[in-house]
Design a protein around this ligand. Structure first.
Ligand code: UD1
Ligand code: MG
Length: 477
């Protein structure tokens, strides 16, 4: 047994040509997370002491993404300047572990297979430690023919070698067990055998899989069978969508097991970093929860809502087709239908935002209401204030943004404009149709309407005059 935590290499230098993308393959997202981050997370869950990513294609972008999610330098990076095969990739990583003792186990993972669980990596490492050959790998039986390496066994069933698809005979291609592309091996054996690799094969590459033939001389590597859904690699966008579906299935199942109701899990989209979700959270069909969204107990999210980095406290209710980003919703607050909360919206307990209300950088305090058609930007709305239909905070003069303060209990009549910077005092009224350009004192009524004029009998006279014009022959129209 090796006494130290394992080292993990992640091979991620490949071009990903079949993705046909500007984005490096390993940065394509699965359930909101770059696929490489899933692999790093699995390595860490397996107790890895050092995680070393082997990068090549667009290495700078990949390193920046790793630093952004795990902290600068937390995942070490080595460069494989030219992609000359998986064996060559691992050769490029050896200098980084020069000081490590020969008895350490190294797990070698591929960066494009994000569904591998940490426990599986731990099992793989334990199998390598237990193996006389000091090596283990994951095998899998794909549900449809895949161009994977085939596991060739000797008459005693010992693993003799791996033959790559491109190099395999027809007979070898009929072998069921294939190489999933994950390995664990003692560092001393890795150092010695990597130096012996030769590119005498169909692709002219250094194949990491040739290590298996060397392990055979020590008694044979151990193959652990893993379900294909766990080890499936991503080569193109069809694979990506398949893995996304499987990731979503797992995420949804895990949430349902802890007390979340989903009317239709097949159309419920929850990113990997979402959570916690409380007990008795209720999710209607076509709900999307992204980023670091968190939901308290009893929260209901209705059809078509999209929440990105949003926290909703207990018993909050987001009604259909609402879109919220970087916002906080308090207990029992109700939002929607068709509400748009842009970043830095804060809605306190029992407050309500209704249809076609848009907010940005706005704090709506306890029990306040804006039930219809309003824009509230750079504003604070005091407790129990009422915002009438068609109210607009005019927060922007084309150059700068200004703040509107509506104090507690204020009543803003419909179709009012509040030209910021401006304060509407506590318990005051703003008459419907008012354009507020000066502060409104506490308890006052602000009114800017032109006085109404009623002209008696005007309508009838107007209609008659119009009717006469029409009857006139050759009348002008
Ligand atoms: C590899 C295995 C094959 C296995 C299959 C499972 C070899 C020779 N073959 O084939 O037995 O069935 O995975 O998916 O290993 N990479 C580098 N540098 C390189 C080449 C590849 O970092 O020079 C990385 C790739 O980015 C990728 C991984 O290694 O993450 C696997 O490479 P890929 O070219 O996809 O190997 P396969 O042909 O799929
Ligand atoms: Mg591959």
């Amino acid at each position: 047994m090796s006494s130290q935590a394992p080292l993990v290499f992640i091979m991620a230098a490949g071009l990903g040509t079949r993705m046909k993308s500007e984005t490096p393959k390993v940065l394509h997202r699965v359930a909101g997370r770059p696929m490489l981050h899933w692999v790093v997370a699995a390595a860490r869950a397996a107790g890895a002491q050092r995680v070393i990513a082997i990068l090549g294609h667009r290495a700078d972008a990949v390193k920046a993404a790793l630093d952004a999610s795990f902290g600068a330098g937390a995942v070490e990076v080595v460069l494989q300047p030219e992609q000359r095969g998986t064996g060559h990739a691992v050769q490029c990583a050896l200098p980084a572990v020069q000081g490590e003792p020969d008895d350490r186990i190294v797990a070698i993972l591929t960066g494009d297979a994000p569904l591998l669980a940490g426990e599986r990596v731990a099992e793989l490492i334990a199998a390598a430690e237990a193996s006389p050959a000091g090596m283990a790998l994951l095998s899998t039986v794909p549900p449809r023919p895949m161009p994977y390496g085939r596991l060739v066994r000797d008459a005693h069933g010992r693993l003799e070698k791996i033959v790559e698809h491109a190099d395999a005979t027809e007979e070898q291609r009929r072998l069921r067990d294939t190489n999933a592309g994950f390995y664990a091996i003692r560092l001393g054996d890795l150092r010695r055998d990597l130096a012996k690799l030769r590119a005498d094969n169909a692709k002219g590459e250094l194949y990491l899989t040739d290590l298996v033939a060397h392990a055979y001389l020590r008694g044979g590597a151990t193959a652990l069978d893993a379900p294909f859904t766990e080890v499936a690699g991503i080569n193109d966008r069809v694979d990506l969508a398949g893995v996304e579906t499987e990731a979503r299935r797992r995420i949804n199942e895990a949430w349902m097991r802890v007390g979340v109701t989903m009317i239709d899990p097949a159309t419920t989209y929850i990113d990997a970093d979402v959570g916690p979700l409380g007990r008795d959270v209720w999710l209607a069909p076509h709900v999307t929860l992204r980023g670091k969204t968190q939901l308290g107990d009893g929260v209901r999210i209705d059809t078509g809502a999209v929440l990105t980095d949003v926290q909703v406290a207990e018993n909050g209710y987001i009604k259909p087709y609402s879109m919220l980003s970087e916002s906080v919703v308090g207990p029992r607050a109700e939002v929607g239908p068709f509400t748009h909360c842009r970043p830095a919206t804060r809605i306190d307990e029992d407050a309500r935002l209704g249809n076609f209300v848009e907010t940005k950088k706005t704090h709506v305090m306890a029990g306040a209401k804006a039930n219809h058609l309003a824009y509230l930007g750079d504003a604070s709305v005091g407790a129990k204030a009422n915002i009438g239909a068609g109210t607009i905070t005019c927060n922007y003069n084309g150059f700068e943004k200004f703040k509107t303060t509506i104090e507690a209990g204020a009543f803003i009549g419909s179709d009012s404009q509040l030209v910021a910077p401006v304060t509407v005092g506590r318990d005051s009224y703003v008459g419907a149709g008012t354009t507020v350009t000066k502060d409104v004192p506490r308890g006052a009524l602000a009114l800017t309407r032109v006085k109404q004029v009623n002209v008696e009998g005007w309508a009838e006279r107007f209609r008659e005059a119009q009717a006469k014009r029409k009857q006139k022959p050759n009348g002008d129209h």
